[in-house]
Design a protein around this ligand. Structure first.
Ligand code: MN
Length: 202
């Protein structure tokens, strides 16, 4: 039985136009995200086989493949919910106060996350995360789906910087795509994630 399943999109594929075309979103969800779900499930099966046979010669590769696919599944599941046709503007309340406290201002935070996303070398993500040990917000620049991550952080807002997320529409101009992402951010979803994360002990 499959452990992981592809979630339904919270809106139609064309709902984020013109910022992101329906063609991109359909491919991104039904092909790319689906491949990470399948990859995670397939790798779990291969790990079970390795345990059954007591043969762990391929374990290093399997563990890496599992981390890649599981992280891809998790991040895309968050990404769809982080965006909304009615998104944009900026947060208020405790999340806004925490951003001011940990980044100095919303503008400074936005510049850091924009730069982290646009500046990924190769494929990766820019992420606003909660770090529960220091009890602070951090921006992470993630490689692939799982590299350069501080252990224990909880992603709150994730920006996909892989070429599959924008190339059909924005070609090589990743910064223009990142700029448009800000107009789609569903701050009520980010705030809900922030509230859950901050109420949990490290
Ligand atoms: Mn993606």
């Amino acid at each position: 039985m499959a452990e992981y399943t592809l979630p339904d999109m919270p809106y139609d594929y064309a709902a984020l136009e013109p910022a992101i075309t329906g063609e991109i979103l359909e491919l991104h969800h039904s092909k790319h995200h689906a491949a990470y779900v399948k990859g995670a499930n397939d790798t779990l099966e291969r790990l079970a086989e390795a345990r059954d046979k007591g043969e762990f010669g391929g374990l290093v590769g399997l563990e890496k493949t599992f981390a890649f696919n599981l992280s891809g599944h998790v991040l895309h599941s968050i990404f769809w919910e982080n965006l909304s046709p009615d998104g944009g503007d900026r947060p208020d309340g405790e999340l806004a106060a925490a951003i001011d406290e940990h980044f100095g201002s919303f503008e400074a935070f936005a510049k850091q996350l924009t730069t982290a996303t646009a500046g990924v070398q190769g494929s990766g993500w820019g992420i606003l995360a909660w770090e529960p040990l220091g009890r602070r917000l951090v921006v992470e620049q993630v490689y692939d789906h799982h590299g350069n991550v501080g252990m224990n952080t909880t992603p709150l807002l994730v920006f996909d910087a892989w070429e599959h997320a924008y190339y059909l529409q924005y070609r090589n101009v990743r910064p223009d795509y990142v700029e448009k992402l800000w107009s789609l951010v569903n701050w009520s979803d980010v705030t809900r994630r922030f509230s859950t994360a901050t109420s949990t002990k490290a």
